[in-house]
Design a binder for this molecule. Structure first.
Ligand SMILES: [Zn+2]
Length: 179
């Protein structure tokens, strides 16, 4: 009695060049936050895991930076569209997961640099410290480095960011809320 399960996988997903987690992670470096077009979702630390099976079925876990952020649907679509263009990919499922919870600790050093270049001060590193302590920290101006800054508008242009103003160079700048 042979195990005759032979033809289940015949002719499926056998396009040239198999997708691997490595090629997919590399492709995700092309996907940006639409509100911060210089920083990829990888640099933002939003990609939790990428899996691909032998049939080219891809599953991506994305950590939302802020649950109310309207950009999330756009990001989800962009992740799916970009990965569908990779050789060997047959289908892409994007799921938002909340464990682990995204925090600004996950932003890569390159991502922090690019945020600064874009005039956004990265949120303080949280590392489990109470939010109250973090909110009391001075916010350095990304333009001149001055610590003499004030928050202008708690809510900012999106639920994710706050607007600050520098008292020294007078530039306004944005900052991610500490999460
Ligand atoms: Zn300044």
């Amino acid at each position: 009695m042979g195990n005759r399960t032979s033809d289940t996988a015949a002719g499926k997903g056998a396009t040239a060049g198999a997708a691997t987690p490595e090629t997919l992670w590399a492709a995700l470096r092309d996907v940006v936050d639409p509100e911060i077009p210089t920083v990829s979702v990888v640099e933002m630390g939003m990609v939790n895991r990428v899996d691909v099976d032998a049939d080219g079925q891809v599953a991506v876990e994305i950590l939302p930076t802020f649950s109310g952020c309207p950009a999330l649907d756009v990001i989800k679509g962009n992740v799916r569209d970009r990965l569908m263009r990779e050789p060997g990919v047959d289908a892409v499922t994007v799921n938002f997961v909340f464990d682990p919870i995204w925090s600004s600790d996950r932003i890569t050093p390159e991502g922090q640099d690019k945020l600064r270049g874009f005039g956004i001060a990265p949120a303080p590193i949280s590392r489990g410290r109470p939010l109250k302590v973090l909110q009391g920290q001075p916010v350095a101006c990304p333009f001149c480095g001055s610590g003499r800054t004030v928050m202008d508008n708690l809510f900012g242009p999106t639920p994710c960011r706050s607007i600050y103003r520098c008292l020294d160079c007078r530039n306004p700048f944005e900052r991610f809320k500490a999460l």
